[in-house]
Design a protein. Structure first.
Length: 429
């Protein structure tokens, strides 16, 4: 791989056009990409990159996987969209497959959207409907609106409902007031969660009951930080004791990313608890926009009735076909085992690098991070990009890795080889 010290002529030309027509919500893109194959992607100047971000944990099968391309092409030749007045076979098959993979009980149902934020919007709306059934929220006895508890440092999306449960103050505050009755508790602190439940009560000083607790088992945007199995078990017990729902956001951790279909299926992440609902997106359709919600059991599922929620593109047949091909390939090629093996190789390799820049390594499967000795993550990611490797500055002092599930042993070795050479004196962010 050759050094790429400056933008190529084509990249520079297209980025000039980009800033003239796109709202500046993402900042200036790093490159303009042209095509990909497997774990590699090329920009419009022909520069090649090894992708260890995978579209932020989206491109489960990498780029241009034959099964994925074939599924979309064949479905596009049949029907690309029908609206939600009609159903399609791929949509029904996909819902059934997701319920099966989640091990959800009989009577469980799926709601499809187009993104993780939409999946979490649906979960929050479902939790609000559930909250109205709780005794302490009944208006005729002086009840108060039910509450939803979210975690500090959690991330659930940027639409108004999902943003209301997203911690990061810098992206929340410009849009306040947000959805009411969403409160934050300190992530990983059982006492903080217990206090929030204890605030429930009728009368002048009490709050409404807790309808739901929403959490990521690994907080991706916080720097790939697991909540801890003991904490998740305690949260499940508090929810059970107080008739509250436990909603697990599997947007980033789902679809094989952690070495199981869903992170809650890992004992070392969940303590073996079963959620009441999970949300999903990112890797489910291998790059086609799709997300959604699985409500566990008939009672919770039935709270959504015709007209209570919806989306024009929900369950799009192209997305459903792409998702079915993605899930089948993960099964057929044993990519859950590959995620576990290659993730361990990556974490072990990072821990063994003879470079004082790198410290603690954390993660599961192919969702991993390394702590940096000083807050220079953007500079490190920029240096890596110039040397043909895509990684993510998830926090000022941490790099995130979420490569395609098809990543090979040789790919991991190549990634580590680049990272080993990163200078230790890069400037702070």
């Amino acid at each position: 791989m050759s050094d790429k010290e400056t933008l190529g002529a084509n990249d520079a030309k297209w980025l000039d056009s980009y800033k003239n027509v796109h709202m500046n919500v993402f900042g200036t893109p790093l490159r303009v990409m042209d095509h990909g194959q497997g774990t590699r992607i090329w920009d419009v100047d022909g520069n090649e990159y090894l992708d260890f971000l995978g579209g932020i944990a989206v491109n489960a099968l990498g780029y241009a996987h034959p099964a994925w391309v074939k599924a979309i092409a064949e479905q596009a030749a049949k029907v690309g969209h029908t609206s939600n007045y009609f159903a399609t076979e791929p949509q029904i098959e996909l819902a059934s497959k997701l319920i099966e993979l989640a091990g959800a009980p009989e009577g469980s149902h799926v709601y499809f959207g187009n993104s993780g934020a939409e999946g979490n919007e649906a979960a929050i709306k479902l939790a609000k409907l559930y909250g109205r059934t709780l005794h302490g929220a009944l208006p005729d006895i002086g009840g108060k609106p039910a509450r939803i508890l979210a975690m500090t440092h959690g991330f659930h999306g940027r639409t108004l409902g999902a943003l209301s449960a997203t911690w990061k103050p810098v992206i929340r505050k410009p849009f306040e007031p947000l959805v009411p009755a969403v409160e934050f508790v300190e992530a990983g602190n059982v006492e903080s969660l217990q206090r929030a439940f204890n605030e429930t009560g009728l009368g002048r000083y009490g709050k409404g009951p807790v309808a739901a607790v929403i959490m990521e088992l690994i907080q991706g945007e916080a720097g790939v930080v697991p909540l801890g199995a003991d904490y998740v078990k305690a949260a499940r017990e508090l929810c059970d004791r107080n008739n509250a729902l436990l909603i697990i956001d599997e947007v980033q951790t789902g679809i094989g990313r952690t070495g199981e279909w869903f992170a809650f299926q890992r004992e070392d992440l969940s303590g073996g608890v079963i959620p009441d609902a999970i949300t999903f997106a990112k890797g489910v359709a291998g790059g086609f926009p799709m997300g959604g919600l699985i409500a566990f059991g008939e009672k919770l599922s039935s709270l959504f009735t015709p007209g209570s929620h919806g989306s024009t593109f929900a369950g799009n047949p192209l997305g459903a076909a792409a998702a079915l091909a993605t899930l089948k390939t993960i099964e057929d090629d044993d990519l859950l085992a590959n995620a576990e093996a290659r993730g361990k190789q990556l974490r072990d390799g990072l821990a063994a690098l003879d470079n004082p820049l790198y410290g603690e390594v954390r993660g599961r499967g192919l969702l991993d991070a390394v702590q940096l000795s000083h807050p220079c993550a953007h500079a490190v990611a920029g240096w890596a990009l110039e040397h043909g490797l895509i990684v993510n500055a998830v926090a000022p002092n941490a790099l995130r890795f979420a490569p395609p599930l098809i990543v090979s042993e040789q790919d991991v070795d190549e990634c580590l080889s680049v990272l080993a050479k990163v200078p230790t004196d890069l400037p702070n962010d």
